[in-house]
Design a protein. Structure first.
Length: 162
């Protein structure tokens, strides 16, 4: 077992995983999809072409599920049903990003997380002159929010008793 596998991820690593999940869902069906899809598959594959192919298939399934949710009978992008599907897909991808990071030795986690940060930043929607929220994830009594104002702003809110 890798040395980082037995420890929980830091809040910063969880936030970058959340931003990765958001990026996958937000890019699906857009002009950015092809580039992000390939970069995410390479990130997961870590040089293993067979694993990259598996990730490409998984990403394609995600895009298909999101497209069906957004264009199904009576569906409107932004509807509550489509939003639930998007939230589930975002959470699933966040979990996948977290799992890969958790499986790495601690000394590699930050390096690989930085690759993911760069990927997310490259494919993020263009920022206006004002800061924008690029990732907003709620998990139990905690909400993570990653801003895209160019300053790497991150907010971590905890609700209830710790």
């Amino acid at each position: 077992m890798a040395t980082g596998a037995s420890k929980m991820l830091s809040e910063a690593l969880v936030a970058v995983a959340a931003a990765g999940g958001s990026a996958v869902v937000q890019a699906a069906g857009t002009d950015a999809w092809t580039g992000l899809r390939e970069r995410v598959a390479r990130w997961f594959g870590r040089g293993d072409e067979a694993r990259e192919r598996v990730e490409l298939e998984r990403l394609d399934r995600t895009a298909g599920v999101l497209a069906a949710a957004d264009s199904g009978p009576g569906s409107v992008r932004g509807s509550s049903d489509a939003a639930r599907v998007r939230d589930r897909q975002e959470g699933a991808w966040q979990s996948r990003f977290e799992s890969l990071l958790e499986g790495l030795p601690e000394e590699e986690q930050e390096l690989v997380a930085e690759e993911l940060r760069a990927l997310v930043k490259e494919y993020a929607a263009p920022a206006s002159s004002e800061a924008q929220v690029s990732g907003n994830v709620f998990r139990g009594p905690t909400a993570f929010q990653v801003g895209d104002g160019g300053d790497g702003n991150q907010q971590d809110n905890r609700f209830g008793v710790e």
